[in-house]
Structure formats: structure tokens, C-alpha cells
Write a protein that binds this ligand. Structure first.
Ligand code: G4P
Length: 535
């Protein structure tokens, strides 16, 4: 091994970054935990800010009307704050399963995830899906079992369920003492101390910490619960693996914390585990080579495009993860896909309740670039080198609709609207033979949002009609003759995606199987990388 030639200051700054997302099934307590993390991190002064922001957005942003009606959070945002000499980037993810593609893309930009489980409900559907996404990249997971102030399930049963259903080994770091009305706190297995529970307390006082599981003070304070705790701890030490940092970093073992987000309990331990155990930015695969985070040359990729973050501006922001080097205001970068240079000016960073102009950023930081259509999801920016970060795929949609206009004179606006919404990743857009526009989505809410946005932002009233399509497959051909023959024979089932790639639109699983069998020389792809042009 050669010694690393990385600039020491850059290396030091990169090591201080922690970039993570919170994943959970809706209602498990993600928003509450986000808010409490920001509160403990000093990024907000008062609880209620995040929730208030949620409803302020509802009040002012019309396309989020759908969100308001459904009471769900669709968009995702980023927040940066300092904690114990570290810079923490917290990426929010949409909770609803219909926006799972968006969540997937956000998860490509993090180095760790905190998984929130509702202790009364255990592992839920969306938890399983999100964990599977994290597993694709072996993202380290910290587990927070929330709502211990309620009557919940037995903690051993919960641990077994997480292990069985999510196929990840669990290492309890804190263990609950009681639950619901008799929730007394947690025992920290690694620190051998009890942290007692006082509802709503923001900073733990010294009196709240009792050292040593054998400490007689525990018998006095918790006469009814202490025996159970000592039995539990003995069982855990016999049956559960101890926390293993390497297994955690490899995504194989999750440290588990119990608490109550709404009562600020357990939040500090989560923050501490992020600082102590979650990895700083890692090397990233960029097709041509691995890019190390402390390399001096600036690189990164766009993982999300969001419109209407601020309804007053009606702008589109490209969310960009820095993968190496240092951002400096006004720097010139290479837009690799477009093959041209661009200047990065007025780049934004996101604090809890405001956006501010960024003046310095390193690997792990997320910046917002004002986008006027030049940037798409998956785009790489560098300081000249021709490389392209991998791992942001389009998935084959699961439902399809043909867009039809009420007013045929608006076809230009419809095309423009769908093109832009497609580039944003709000929906997938295909063009059919004859010029009709086909929309593909993972969940039906995506269609509702698109219809609403077409109306509000593009003044287009479109009707979405069901289409006789079961799934889509991107195609690649061995040669030009095969392409021509295939597309001639299958003209009725052909379409093009937003980048002009040929797509086969199968009417059923059977139809796909028959066609694939008949054309063994053609390759049918269920996913495509953003920006990838298939031959
Ligand atoms: P989400 O973002 O994952 O969807 O969940 P969110 O934080 O909005 O929490 C969902 C509900 O669970 C909220 O109640 C919230 O107050 C409650 N909650 C979160 N953490 C805890 C906890 O530790 N203990 C208890 N008992 N409840 C918790 P809500 O009634 O839906 O909303 P709200 O009126 O309280 O805002």
C-alpha cells in the first residue's frame, strides 16, 4: 500500500462528515425523530418547527394539495447541522410507498441510515422495502425502536422479528426498563449504566444516570422492575452478539436503541452513535474508477431534482452529493453527460428552516444547484475528468396511463410539462408510435401529483386513461438489422423513453415471455441507469 497523497485539511474535513437518512413506515415517528435530532443538534430552538414547516408548506404550495389531503409527506429535503465538531447532513425521505423511486435515489446519496420502528407495530411493509434498498449498497443501519412510552410489544419479540423479517443481526445497545405507564428508562449495555426516563426532558441530568447494573440505587429507585432488567440483561449477554463495528459497517449487524422520540428519550444516543460509529463519506464507484472522498479534484452527482421548494421562487433545485474535492463559489465544473463546462455559483445549502448560500463543501455534503433544465438525475460533475457515478437506476414502472388533452391546442405545453416532470423523476415518460405520451409510475399518487402540477404550473388539463400495458423493458440489440426487424415486427408495442432509448411495452407477463423467447438475441432490461443510452 502506498501512503495517501490526500491534502490533510481535506481529509480532516471529510472525516467529520456524517450523511444519513431516516427510514421508516409512515407514522412510526420519522418526522418526530428528525425534529428532535435537529433540536439536540442545536439546529432549531423549539420543537414543532419541522411539523410547522410541514404545514406551512401545505398552506403555501398548491401542488402539495394532494399531500395535504392525504396527510402524507411526499417531498424530501436536506438539513445540515453541527454536532460535537462534526457536520451532519440529514436527508429526509418521502414516507409513502408510491414515491419509493424518489426514496431509492435519496438512499444512494447517504452513508448510513437510521431505521425507526414503532414498538407497538414492529416491522411493517415499508420498513421491509426500504431496508432492502439499503441492503443493495450495504448501507450501515442504526435501529431506533420508538414509542416505548406506550403499551408496546415485548422487546425480545421485536428483536426476533427484526432479525427474521429483515435478515439483519441485531445488537442491543440500550435495553428498555418497562414500557407504557411504567417505562422507566433504558440500560446502556456498553456503558453499564441506566438512563432514567423523565418525559419531555431535553438534557439528561446527572441524577438521571445510575452507574452499574448491580448498583443498589437501582433496587431503591426501581423496586418493581429491576429484577426483570437484570434477567433480561443476562439473557441478552448470553444470546445476542455483542456490538461489532465491522459487522455494522458492512451492513450485517444493526445496533438497536429503545426510546421515545416525542419525549426526547433515546435521541442523544442516536446522535452519539452516528458520530462514533457511522462511517464518514466512502469511496464511490464512477465507472472508470473508484473515487476517494479526499481526492483534491471536485466530483459529485445529482440524485434528486425538486421543483417548487419555495413557492415564491417557482424554481427547480438539483440536489447534488459531493463525492470528492472541495466546492468553492464560482468554480468551473465539467458537466460530463452534456460534454460542456458550467459555473457553479449561488449554490445552496440547507439549514433546518432556511436555505443559505454555500461557501465551502466537501464529500458527504449535499448542495442545491439552481437548475434550468441543464441537470438531470444521475448527472456527474467533475473538474474535467470524464467519469460517471453509477447506481441510480430507473425501475420499470408498475402502472401506466396514456395522457390525453381536454384542449388539443395545448399539446406543446403538455409535452414540455411531461418532459420536465420526467427529467425531475416525478414520473416516467414514454413516447408511443404516433406521438402519444405514456406515463409510468410505481404508485397511483404519482399520477395525481403530475395531473395537479400540469394544471398549476403548465396550465394543462390532461386526462390520464388506463393503458393496456403490464410492464416496460429497455432493449439492446446486437446489430442494426436485428433492431430494424424487431422494431418493425413489434411496432405496436414499441415506445421511447425520455432519452430516446427503445422500450418494449408488454401487455402481460406472458406476452413478455413469448416475445423474449422469440427474440433471444435481443436483451430486455428491467432497469436502466440514469443518463445511460442503450445501443
Ligand atoms: P412519521 O413521520 O414517521 O409519519 O411519524 P410522525 O413523526 O409524524 O409520528 C406519527 C405519530 O406518532 C404522531 O402522532 C407522533 O406524535 C407520534 N409519536 C412519535 N413518536 C412518539 C413516541 O415516542 N411516543 C408516542 N406515544 N407517540 C409518538 P399523531 O397523533 O399522528 O400526530 P401529532 O398530532 O402528535 O403531531
Amino acid at each position: 500500500m502506498t501512503t495517501t497523497p490526500y491534502p490533510p485539511e481535506l481529509l480532516r474535513d471529510v472525516e467529520k462528515r456524517r450523511t444519513f437518512a431516516i427510514i421508516s413506515h409512515p407514522d412510526a415517528g420519522k418526522t418526530t425523530l428528525t425534529e428532535k435530532l435537529l433540536l439536540f443538534g442545536g439546529a432549531i430552538q423549539l420543537a414543532g418547527t419541522v411539523k410547522a414547516r410541514k404545514s406551512a408548506r401545505h398552506a403555501t404550495s398548491d401542488w402539495m394539495e394532494v399531500e395535504k389531503q392525504r396527510g402524507i409527506s411526499v417531498t424530501s429535503s436536506v438539513m445540515q447541522f453541527e454536532y460535537q465538531g462534526h457536520t451532519i447532513n440529514l436527508l429526509d425521505t418521502p414516507g409513502h410507498e408510491d414515491f419509493s423511486e424518489d426514496t431509492y435515489r435519496v438512499l444512494t446519496a447517504v452513508d448510513a441510515a437510521v431505521m425507526v420502528i414503532d414498538a407497538a407495530k414492529g416491522v411493517e411493509v415499508q420498513t421491509i422495502k426500504l431496508l432492502n434498498v439499503c441492503r443493495l449498497r450495504n448501507t450501515p443501519i442504526i435501529t431506533f425502536v420508538n414509542k416505548m412510552d406506550r403499551e408496546v410489544r415485548d422487546p425480545f419479540e421485536l428483536m426476533a422479528e427484526i432479525e427474521d423479517v429483515l435478515k439483519i443481526s441485531c445488537a442491543p445497545v440500550t435495553w428498555p426498563i418497562g414500557m407504557g405507564k411504567t417505562f422507566r428508562g433504558v440500560y446502556h449495555l456498553l456503558q453499564d449504566q441506566v438512563l432514567s426516563f423523565v418525559p419531555g426532558e431535553e438534557k439528561r441530568s446527572h441524577a438521571g444516570i445510575i452507574k452499574g447494573i448491580a448498583n443498589p440505587e437501582l433496587d431503591q429507585r426501581f423496586p418493581l422492575e429491576i429484577r426483570q432488567l437484570r434477567d433480561d440483561v443476562e439473557l441478552i449477554e448470553g444470546a445476542s452478539p455483542p456490538f461489532d463495528l465491522d459487522a455494522f459497517l458492512a451492513g450485517q449487524q444493526s445496533p438497536v436503541f429503545f426510546g421515545s422520540g416525542i419525549n426526547n428519550f433515546g435521541v442523544q444516543e442516536i446522535l452519539q452513535s452516528l458520530i462514533d460509529w457511522a462511517p464518514p463519506p466512502q469511496a464511490r464507484d464512477a465507472t472508470a474508477r473508484m473515487v476517494q472522498p479526499a481526492e483534491p479534484a471536485f466530483t459529485g452527482f445529482v440524485f434528486k431534482i425538486q421543483a417548487n421548494m419555495d413557492p415564491k421562487h417557482r424554481d427547480r433545485i438539483a440536489f447534488f452529493r459531493i463525492c470528492s474535492g472541495r466546492y468553492s463559489a464560482g468554480m468551473k465544473v465539467r458537466h460530463v453527460r452534456a460534454g460542456r463546462d458550467m459555473k457553479l455559483a449561488n449554490v445552496l445549502t440547507f439549514m433546518a428552516n432556511e436555505r443559505v448560500i454555500m461557501d465551502d463543501g466537501v464529500a458527504g455534503d449535499i448542495v442545491g444547484i439552481h437548475n434550468h433544465g441543464q441537470l438531470q438525475i444521475g448527472d456527474t460533475l467533475t473538474e474535467g475528468e470524464s467519469l460517471s457515478f453509477k447506481g441510480i437506476p430507473y425501475f420499470s414502472p408498475e402502472m401506466f396511463r396514456v395522457a390525453r388533452l381536454r384542449d388539443p391546442l395545448k399539446s406543446k405545453q403538455l409535452q414540455k410539462g411531461l418532459q420536465e416532470l420526467g427529467e425531475e423523476g416525478a414520473i416516467q415518460v414514454f413516447e408511443l408510435e404516433g406521438g402519444q405520451m405514456l406515463l409510468g409510475a410505481v404508485g397511483v399518487l404519482q399520477f395525481e401529483i403530475v395531473a395537479q402540477r400540469l394544471k398549476d404550473e403548465y396550465k394543462v388539463d390532461a386526462i390520464f386513461e388506463s393503458a393496456d400495458i403490464h410492464t416496460a423493458r429497455w432493449l439492446s440489440y446486437p446489430d442494426e438489422l436485428t433492431r430494424r426487424n424487431f422494431e418493425y415486427e413489434q411496432a405496436m408495442r414499441m415506445g421511447k423513453d425520455i432519452d430516446g432509448n427503445p422500450v418494449y411495452l408488454a401487455s402481460s407477463r406472458y406476452n413478455l415471455a413469448v416475445t423474449a423467447e422469440k427474440w433471444p438475441q435481443v436483451t430486455f432490461h428491467a432497469t436502466r441507469e440514469h443518463g445511460q443510452v442503450l445501443s
